[in-house]
Design a binder for this molecule. Sequence first.
Ligand code: FMN
Length: 185
Amino acid sequence: MELDKAIETRHSVRHFTSERVDWRLLLEAIDAARVAPFAGNICTLRVILVHDAEKIAKLAEAAGQDFIAQAPYVVVFCSSNEQVKRVYGERGLMYSRQQIGAAIENFWLKLVDLGLATCWIGAFDDMAVKRILHIPDDIVVEALFPVGKEFGKGKQRSKPELDNILYFEEWGNKRMKNPPSVEVP
Ligand SMILES: Cc1cc2nc3c(=O)[nH]c(=O)nc-3n(C[C@H](O)[C@H](O)[C@H](O)COP(=O)(O)O)c2cc1C
């Protein structure tokens, strides 16, 4: 799939079919997350791939979001921040959050490319998720991703126009002065 198409068609999916999904596809998507940019190339990312139905049901409960239990897999994105904090101090924690977000977008776009669907789950009981998956205290659980095949055909949410988010040269300036000339081949 072309990158543009993956970006344009990506959407949150909250209904999954009962179809089986080859777990190696999940590895491909997680591998795409692995190559995201990390400050100082310190990879804070840790990922848990969950397939056990009982555990998935417990994770759905920990998030208070029943639809998660329909998914054949849940991918849990975590960060291990000790090293990035040692190198960059408190700012390292911000870097860690940003780079996990970059890794997640790689992961999600690769899922779309592979014909799989997911939804970013940020609302959950951290301690409950840690208990279920035996995650150590010093690890941050960033987000959960139920992954499967989409049931039905969802649609893209409306998004802001470019004009609503872009300024030129300084905050608040919506017009580009003297745009550089573009060579048309
Ligand atoms: C940080 C973050 C946390 C989110 N948490 C949840 C969540 O707990 N449950 C849920 O159903 N959707 C959650 N979402 C999904 C958003 O609601 C969804 O991305 C948004 O409505 C835009 O829809 P789209 O992904 O189809 O473009 C979250 C998204 C982000 C980025």
